[in-house]
Design a protein around this ligand. Structure first.
Ligand code: GLN
Length: 276
């Protein structure tokens, strides 16, 4: 079976795809719901339909289209989320936010949660399913992104309310217990060092200003007004932004408890503000 893929492997390698064979095998497995082990051992029927899809896959991958956009979905917190070029592809680092909130507040939490910049809805939907009694809002400036979030919520049977607004502009003062965000945080100056594939994701979801954390600063200045007394704000940052973000956060939340959580690679990835 590997022989069938050989011609593709070479062309994808030349385009900088690191693990072309594994990608091809995973694609066939995920797209056609064939167990990966059967694809690897060649124990499946290589139909004309599979051949056609594979041809398209290889062309798009060679053009730098991300794997998840071609497949149409990815996995987050153990569930399947539809994605399109209108939304950022959920990353495993972002699961640190879900994990933390769940451990801190538990499945029985009954308060209000807001996920700002929801994109595909991955954070909001994961928490709504894990905390069925919480009231979960998901906001985004992009209507196209909210349409994907709606599709995911319907598909996974999650009860969330979608809000179309920029940052936290349309929310009532001191109304939310838990404010979450994976905001755009890449600096514009880093644009040319990013992989070609990443640049095919929505720039509005990637870039947070010249330095990267300008969006976050604006967001936190609004969050301080929206969060309830004794509420909490949890947000993702770039792997090398802790120092700068910590000092701007302390400026805004003078009396709060502020700390950072590491991702699986050991980078400080998530900021937590416990509002005093
Ligand atoms: N909430 C989404 C995610 O974590 C999208 C984030 C964004 O668009 N910046 O993947």
């Amino acid at each position: 079976m590997k022989r069938k893929f050989l011609k593709y492997i070479d062309s994808l390698k030349k385009k900088g795809i690191k693990e072309p064979l594994l990608e091809i095998q995973r694609f066939i497995s995920e797209k056609f719901s064939i167990p990966l082990v059967d694809v690897i051992t060649g124990d499946f029927e290589f139909t004309p339909e599979i051949a056609k899809e594979l041809e398209t896959f290889v062309k798009k991958r060679a053009d730098g289209i991300p794997y998840a956009y071609i497949l149409g979905f990815t996995h987050f917190w153990g569930r399947k989320f539809f994605v399109s070029p209108d939304v950022l592809i959920p990353r495993p680092e972002t699961e640190v936010i879900v994990d933390f909130v769940l451990k801190k507040f538990g499945n029985g939490f009954k308060g209000k949660i807001l996920d700002c910049c929801t994109g595909s809805g991955n954070i909001a939907i994961s928490l709504a399913l894990e905390m069925p009694e919480a009231v979960v809002f998901a906001s985004d400036i992009s209507i196209k992104a909210l349409n994907i979030a709606r599709k995911n919520a319907e598909n996974l049977n999650a009860n969330i309310s979608l809000i179309n607004c920029d940052k936290l502009n349309c929310l009532k003062a001191h109304s939310i217990d838990i404010i979450l965000a994976n905001p755009p945080y890449i600096g514009l100056s880093e644009k040319y060092s990013l992989e070609r594939e990443v640049l095919n994701e929505p720039h509005i979801a990637l870039f947070g200003g010249d330095k990267g954390y300008e969006f976050l600063e604006e967001f936190l200045n609004k969050a301080v007004l929206i969060v309830k007394e004794k509420g909490i704000i949890v947000f993702e940052i770039g792997y090398n932004q802790r120092k700068e973000v910590e000092s701007l956060t302390r400026e805004i939340f003078k009396k709060s408890d502020i700390y950072f959580l590491k991702d699986l690679n050991g980078h400080f990835r998530v900021g937590v503000i416990e509002n005093a």
